[in-house]
Every structure is written in C-alpha cells, then in structure tokens.
Design a protein around this ligand. Sequence first.
Ligand SMILES: N[C@@H](CCC(=O)N[C@@H](CS)C(=O)NCC(=O)O)C(=O)O
Length: 213
Amino acid sequence: MFTVYGFPNARSSRVVWALEEVGAEYEYVYVDLKAGAGWQPGYLALNAGGKVPTLVDDEFVLTESGAICTYLGDRFPATGLTPPAGGQARARYNQWCYFVLSEMEQPLWTIGKHTFALSERWRVPAVLDTARWEFSVAAKVLAEGLGRREFIAGDRFTAADILVAHTLAWARAFKLPLEHDNLESYAERLLARPAWTRAREREQAEARAESRS
Ligand SMILES: N[C@@H](CCC(=O)N[C@@H](CS)C(=O)NCC(=O)O)C(=O)O
C-alpha cells in the first residue's frame, strides 16, 4: 500500500496523477503547508526539507516528485509509464524529465516564489523579468522537442508527460503565455486526461475532509 503526503495544487499532484494513471490504491495524507505541518518533527523525519510530496511504499520512503513518478512507473512496468531502464527510450525519457525540472520549473518557480510563495521580506521583484525570459527560452526548446508528436518522450504517454503538463498547468495559472500552439494543444490534451481529473478531485476532497475534522 502506498501513502502519499501532499497538499492540493502542489508538486504532490504529480504523484497523485501517476498513482491514478497506474491504478494503484493509496492513502493520502494532507500536509497543511500553510499551517506549518511540513515543519513538524514527525514529518521532517520523512522529508528533511519539510516539503511535499513524500511517498511511502511499505518501509521505503521516497522524496522528489520526479523520482517518485519514475519509481511508480518502474513498479508498474505493464503501464508503460516509464520506458524500460537501459535503453534509448529511457534515456530520452530522462532527458525530458531533467529538462522540465531544471530548465522550465525553475524559472517558473522563481516567479512563484517572488510573487506569492515567499514572505514579502524575501521577495525580489527585480528577478521577475529574467525568470519570464528564461521560461520563454525553455518553452521554445520544449515546443521544438515536441514538434507534432502527441507525447514528449516518444509515441506513448509517460511520467515525463506528467511532469511537463503539470508544469505547463502552473504556467497557465501564473498567467504566463506558453507562446507555442503545439504547447497549448499538448497542455489541453494532457490536462484532459481522466487520471488528472481524479487526482485533483482526490486532493481537494482530502483537504476538505481535513478542514472539517
Ligand atoms: N524538488 C521538490 C520540491 C518540492 C517542493 O518544493 N514542494 C513545495 C510544494 S509544491 C513545498 O512543499 N513547499 C513547502 C516549503 O517550502 O516549506 C520536488 O519536486 O518534490
């Protein structure tokens, strides 16, 4: 049985999406980041950064959303969520996972941190234009890499699509233009997947349940 620790609209949504795609049963533990639940000693013992997501698979504890999505794909090989390790398809999959987390998510999250996530005393508005430009450069690389294909890392849906589409969903939420028609239609298509809808509903329902208790 898997347990995922999360908070709605955070990077835990990627993991819940992956769990829904592979059809795994899982328990969801709501970590109220706004109330400082990430910094409680019990949670810090699982995730030293006090962040979500964390996945627990029996005794095995794993952090980092990209690593968790890849782990889930490898645990359920028949789903094809990750290409088999050792081949070129897996190398291509890795390429896009690393690209989206280092080149796209970073400028985006810089914008997020310096507009709403950090407390006001740590915000530096002067970085925003640079971060927007960096995001636009990365979006061009992604658009060229995607071309007319349906999925980012080959001819089938993989966890790389989860990481990319979730990042594009954040960009839309931050009102950043994706600037490329193929990225717009990719985001539209991927974010219409039933597993993504179920993941969002599950996280919202868990948060509502927690606020009532
Ligand atoms: N690189 C980590 C980043 C995790 C992360 O920053 N999570 C945010 C929510 S999206 C968080 O928990 N923030 C709480 C905090 O920084 O105190 C991953 O991808 O899992």
